[in-house]
Design a protein around this ligand. Structure first.
Ligand code: SF4
Length: 415
């Protein structure tokens, strides 16, 4: 009988992709979804904040107590791998560049520590995503920005892009396997092809020509990456009518402190232009970063109210040792940060409801799952959640909803 391997994935979609690659490479092991049945646990870790490290460490300790063999990979291998290895908490540590070798690594009888390099380019092709109706495609790795609060460039390296042919081949295989929606991911996907005479806009056009590709969603873009060439694809029917553009802040001084490349005046112009074209718009925002005084928050708040934001991924700042922000002052109290966070999410929730009330007809929905109470669940082209009551079996299907009602947190339809 083959030994059983359980994968525990922390963090972002890039890790989800990497886990999928590792699962596909295991020949002499069986992947189990039951943690308690596992002989080996592979922890694909995240290290984005000190809190993320704590979560990973706690999980590894629990596995140790349960007597399981633990292997550590992912971003945390670069920051905490050595300590955990030296403490004997993990049997092996390997970096993302080594993941394709997993079948051989897990068979080793001796302990190993192989971080690999941070310049590798992924050429792994994933043909199937277990249990998912949408496929994630990794198009690049790393980031050449240096935002003050972020550790990512130090654990994922500078930006580099996956070969175009590899991406297109992967999309073709997945489309042939029945996937219609593709989500492009990476650390900083808008930097795809930078300096190599390639661009994300050209890649998207080529992807859209592949038979079976119905909708393409993009992970997070940076405002400076919405170039004129990108604007030319905005009317294409295969592009989701939702864009996620990371602002992180809207106060001039805070953007400087955070070493961001965007400026509020330009961001407002860009968002207004995209909203006028009918896009739902999301962003990332960090509240409570050191230096966010009352005056700077007030400035940011005034700006936030002008932005046509329909979705937000907002966080309270969390310290990450080894970054410039970790030593900045004054620190903002957790209670103040939380208050600002709820102010911001309430604003965007209200915007989102207003948007959904205006966009509740002709919704294109990929039905992804069934809820515990038997309703179908999916997302429309504006990346708004919809729950559907139906007698028919809709799971995995694309459907057009002629008319929905906008409930408080999601849309609802009966078909
Ligand atoms: S853009 Fe900034 S926040 Fe995003 S990964 Fe790069 S350095 Fe980190």
């Amino acid at each position: 009988m083959k030994p059983k391997v359980y994968f525990k994935t922390f963090g972002c979609r890039t890790n989800v992709f990497d886990t999928q690659v590792m699962m596909g490479r295991l020949q002499d092991f069986e992947v189990t979804e039951d943690e308690s049945a596992a002989d080996i646990v592979v922890v694909n870790s995240c290290t984005v904040t000190n809190g993320a490290d704590t979560g990973v460490r706690g999980y590894i300790n629990a596995q140790e107590r349960a007597g399981r063999t633990v292997m550590l990979t992912g971003c945390g291998a670069h920051t905490k791998g050595e300590t955990l290895f030296d403490a004997g908490k993990v049997q092996g540590v390997f970096g993302q560049s080594e993941k394709a070798k997993i079948n051989e690594l897990l068979q080793r009888k001796t302990r190993f520590y192989e971080l690999g390099d941070l310049e590798f380019i992924d050429d792994n092709v994933v043909e199937q995503f277990v249990g998912k109706s949408r496929a994630f495609i990794k198009i690049q790795e790393g980031c050449s920005f240096r935002c003050s609060y972020c550790i990512i460039p130090f654990v994922r390296g500078d930006a580099r892009s996956v070969d175009e042919q590899v991406i297109l081949e992967q999309v073709s295989r997945l489309a042939a396997n029945g996937f219609g929606e593709f989500i492009l991911t990476g650390t900083n996907i808008g930097s795809y092809g930078q300096g190599e005479n390639r661009s994300i806009a050209t890649l998207l056009r080529k992807m859209s020509l592949i038979r079976g590709v119905r909708r393409i969603r993009l992970g997070s873009l940076e405002p400076v990456q919405i170039t004129d060439a990108f604007k030319e694809i905005l009317d294409e029917p295969w592009l989701e009518r939702h864009l996620h553009i990371a602002l992180q802040h809207t106060s001039k001084e805070m953007l400087k402190l955070m070493n961001r490349r965007n400026k509020f005046d330009e961001d407002l112009k860009l968002f207004s232009e995209l909203a006028a074209k009918g896009f739902a718009l999301g962003t990332d925002f960090i509240v409570g970063h050191p230096g966010e005084t009352e005056a700077r928050w007030e400035e940011a708040w005034g700006h936030l109210q002008q932005l046509p934001l329909t979705h937000v991924h907002a966080f309270t700042y969390s310290k990450r040792d080894g970054t410039p922000s970790a030593t900045m002052k004054p620190e903002i109290s957790g209670a103040v940060a939380k208050e600002r966070l709820s102010q911001l999410t309430a604003l965007v929730d209200a915007n989102n409801l207003a948007f959904r009330r205006e966009h509740c007809t002709d919704l294109d929905v990929l039905v992804e799952s069934v809820t515990d109470d038997g309703r179908y669940q999916g997302y429309d082209q504006y990346y708004n959640k919809i729950l559907i009551d139906s007698e028919a079996d809709l799971e995995g299907n694309w459907i057009r909803i002629e008319s929905a009602t906008a409930a408080e947190e999601y849309n609802h339809a009966v078909v």
